[in-house]
Every structure is written in structure tokens, then in C-alpha cells.
Design a protein around this ligand. Structure first.
Ligand code: HEM
Length: 415
């Protein structure tokens, strides 16, 4: 039963990363639009109810451009956005701009990043999933984050973009630095972003002289009413595809597998369907895993361009607003029995991919990777089980994303 006097569970402490949902339930109930100091010192409004979240995501008065940030009451000057993007000259990407620039760039990239290109990529994603499982199947144990969830999206995006295979391990190492993977060189996100930026600029330059069938060549070719992407815009676009499509997918596979291992009846349902070659349940299951414990906890920054109200709460011009997708997707006003994982849930309009003009451009690729990765794992390692105490698993809780650092599993070795 709900306790009216319960204090707010702490936000952003160590227990929050492993289970933020009690704090989100409290916020939804008691302070659905609340000004909060973030660990970086920036003060922002957190929006936690589904209806308010959906409205805020589509509100044109909430700009994505960090120039609108007034820093009122914040001690976090310059701490909004993706670490390293300012110094690496990567600000002009889809998640930092509004119409009409956003409309133009999104139209251009959509010409290259088509659902057809993604569908044609399905056999390659299957091949990658199988090859990664082959690399540890004989051992009977693995860390599924390090050996499966992490490399799969990196190699997939590199292939799609057209990064030559001999350079892909550099990307794996820079991506590891971005999410502090064990064994990655230390040195921070900023350094990794700069290295990727330098590499992409050079790759775009090379490809311009020798266009191929990959996404970067598609970006170079794409034009709109005679307008092309500049090399800077193409580099920022390639970078945001990598950045937005990498850790998100790692966490979809990691959080998704973990949720299945923790819910044996649901896992059995999916595993039996997949084993029988019936993949009808699979698509809905991945959507439910996104709703239940999605990779993106908070949508990226928005800034009020004028005074407005969200959920009845006045917000001043220049204030940052963060829409808490993970809280909205557990709102009982929208989802029946929201804390229950139900892979057969119908009419699941979760906000895991956002909403409105910034709706995830990579959703078809994410779905393809999530469905293939989970189905292949369940099919090939049918007695997969957790090899750690759930209490001892560590979570990586950045501001925007949330996912497991490691996922130790065991299974009968397969030769
Ligand atoms: C935008 C989630 C995978 C590329 C977004 C947004 C969300 C999201 C919530 C909206 C952010 C906002 O409104 O502030 C996810 C999730 C993924 C995923 C949960 C995996 C499970 C991918 C992949 C790619 C990608 C694989 C590309 C390779 C993008 C881009 C945007 C975006 C480019 C910006 C779109 C725009 O501003 O117009 N994503 N994403 N995402 N995503 Fe994804």
C-alpha cells in the first residue's frame, strides 16, 4: 500500500544505479516535475509521469540546442551534452539541434540510413552473434557484457558505416574507453571522442575519393535540393550514429538478458518459442524488455526557450528539462501492473526510443540487433544461467544510460 509520508529514496547514490525504480515511483507520485541538482552540479527539471513525458518530448518550446541553457542556479557550467563533443568540434548533430536544421539533416541521413539498408544487414548481425558465441561457447562460462553485448553493436555499426575491418579493433578500444570497459586504456571519454573524431574525418575524406556501398558513402552522396552534408556535418553524423547506437544496444542486450534470467517463466516462454522457430513473440518481447528496464534512463537534454508549464509546473526560460523515460515507462496510469515483466504485453507504447521529431533514428537497427542477439543466445545456450549473486552485480549509471558492468553466466559447454 502507498505510504503518504514515505521520504524520497536518494537519487544518484550507489543503490540508485542498481535499482532507480523506487525513487522514480516516489517522484511520479509526489513531485512529478521536480527541480533537482544532478551529480554534475547542473540543476534540471526531472519529468517522470508518462503523459507529461510524452508531451514534453514533442514540445517545440523545449529546444535541444545547449545555447539555450541559462545555467540559473547551476554550478555545472558547460556540463550538458556528450562529454568531449565541444572540444572535438562535434556539436552539430541531430541531438543538439532544432528545426529547420534538424529537419534538413535528419532528411539527409534518412536517405542513407534506410530501413532497407538495415534489413539487408540482418544476415551480418546473425553472423556476428554466432561468431561471438563461438568464441566462448566451449568454456561453459562467460561475461556476457564484455564478450557479447559490448562487441556486437560496435562491430555492427563499424560494418554499416564502412569502417575497414583492420581498423575496427581501434573502435572497440575507443568505445571501451567511453564506457570504461575492463582492460581498456584509461584516459577518459574526451580522449576517446577526439580519437574517433580524427579517424572519422580522415575516413570521410578518403571515401569521398572512392565511394562505396556503405553508410558513410551514402551520407556523402545524400543531397537535398542541391545541398550536401559538409565534411564536418558528415563527421558529426557518423559520430552520433556510433555514440547513440553503441552503449544503448550494449545495455539492451545486457539488461534484457539479465531480466530474462531473473524471470524464469518469461524466459521459458520466449526460449520455447524461439526453439520452435516461432519468432512471433520475439519482437514484442524486446519491446517489453525496453519498457521494463530500457537502456536509456533519461532522454537527452532539452532547454526551455520561453517560460512554460509542464504537468502544471512553471518552468523558466533557459532551464534544462530531463524527461525520465525509465520512470514514464513504469507509470501505472499508462501500463497495467507496470513493475511486472510481461513479454506478451499488448499495445506497449513505451517511450524507450523517445517520441516526436527526435524519435530514435536507429530503432530498426536496435530492434534487429536486440532480437537477433537474444534469440541466438537462448537458442544456442539453452541452459544459460546467472553465475553471480544479483546483489553483487555492479551497474553503470551514467546520467543518460544505465546498464550492467558485467554479466557472469555459465552453461553446458558447446563444442
Ligand atoms: C535518438 C534510444 C539505438 C541512433 C534516440 C532517442 C532515444 C533513443 C530515447 C531520443 C533522445 C531524445 O529525444 O532526447 C535508443 C535505444 C536504442 C537506440 C533505447 C537501443 C536499444 C540506436 C542505434 C542508432 C541510434 C542502434 C544508430 C546506429 C539515434 C540517433 C538519434 C537517436 C541518430 C537522434 C535522432 C534525432 O535527434 O533526430 N535514441 N536508441 N539509436 N538514436 Fe537511438
Amino acid at each position: 500500500m502507498h505510504d503518504e509520508t514515505a521520504p524520497m529514496p536518494p537519487l544518484f547514490d550507489w543503490s540508485f544505479a542498481s535499482d532507480p525504480y523506487p525513487a522514480y515511483a516516489w517522484l511520479r507520485e509526489h513531485a512529478p516535475v521536480r527541480r533537482t541538482e544532478l551529480p554534475s552540479g547542473v540543476e534540471a527539471w526531472l519529468v517522470t509521469r508518462y503523459a507529461d513525458a510524452r508531451e514534453a518530448l514533442a514540445d517545440a518550446r523545449l529546444s535541444k540546442n545547449p545555447h539555450h541553457h541559462s545555467e540559473r542556479g547551476s554550478h555545472g557550467k558547460g556540463k550538458v551534452g556528450i562529454p568531449g563533443e565541444r572540444s572535438a568540434n562535434l556539436m552539430t548533430h541531430l541531438l543538439n539541434i532544432d528545426p529547420p536544421d534538424h529537419t534538413r539533416l535528419r532528411r539527409l541521413v534518412s536517405k542513407a540510413f534506410t530501413p532497407r539498408r538495415v534489413a539487408a544487414f540482418a544476415p551480418r548481425v546473425q553472423e556476428l552473434s554466432d561468431a561471438l558465441i563461438d568464441s566462448f561457447a566451449g568454456r561453459g562460462e562467460a561475461d556476457l557484457i564484455h564478450e557479447y553485448a559490448f562487441p556486437l553493436p560496435i562491430y555492427a555499426i563499424c560494418d554499416l558505416l564502412g569502417v575497414p575491418s583492420e581498423d575496427q579493433d581501434d573502435f572497440r578500444s575507443w568505445a571501451g574507453m567511453m564506457i570504461h570497459q575492463p582492460g581498456s586504456p584509461r584516459g577518459g571519454v574526451g580522449r576517446a571522442v577526439k580519437k574517433m573524431r580524427g579517424y572519422l574525418a580522415e575516413l570521410i575524406h578518403r571515401k569521398r575519393a572512392d565511394l562505396g556501398d556503405d553508410l558513410i558513402s551514402g551520407l556523402i552522396r545524400a543531397s537535398d535540393h542541391g545541398e550536401h552534408l559538409t565534411e564536418d556535418e558528415a563527421a558529426a553524423m557518423a559520430f552520433i550514429l556510433l555514440f547513440a547506437g553503441f552503449e544503448t544496444t550494449v545495455n539492451l542486450i545486457g539488461n534484457g538478458t539479465y531480466a530474462l534470467l531473473r524471470h524464469p517463466a518469461q524466459r521459458r516462454l520466449l526460449q520455447d518459442a524461439v526453439a520452435a522457430g516461432d519468432e512471433r513473440l520475439l519482437a514484442g518481447a524486446v519491446e517489453e524488455l525496453l519498457r521494463y528496464d530500457g537502456p536509456v534512463e533519461l532522454a537527452t537534454w532539452r532547454f526551455a526557450t520561453e517560460p512554460l508549464t509542464v504537468g502544471g509546473q512553471p518552468i523558466a526560460a533557459g532551464d534544462p528539462v530531463l524527461v525520465v523515460l525509465a520512470a514514464a515507462d513504469r507509470d501505472p496510469a499508462k501500463f497495467a501492473d507496470p513493475d511486472r515483466l510481461d513479454l506478451t504485453r499488448r499495445d506497449n507504447q513505451h517511450l524507450g526510443y523517445g517520441h516526436g521529431i527526435h524519435y530514435c533514428l536507429g530503432a530498426p537497427l536496435a530492434r534487429l540487433e536486440g532480437q537477433t542477439a537474444l534469440a541466438t543466445l537462448l537458442r544456442r545456450l539453452p541452459d544459460l544461467r546467472l553465475a553471480a549473486d544479483p546483489e553483487e552485480l555492479r551497474w553503470r549509471g551514467g546520467l543518460i544510460m544505465r546498464g550492467l558492468r558485467t554479466l557472469p553466466v555459465e552453461f553446458t559447454p558447446v563444442r
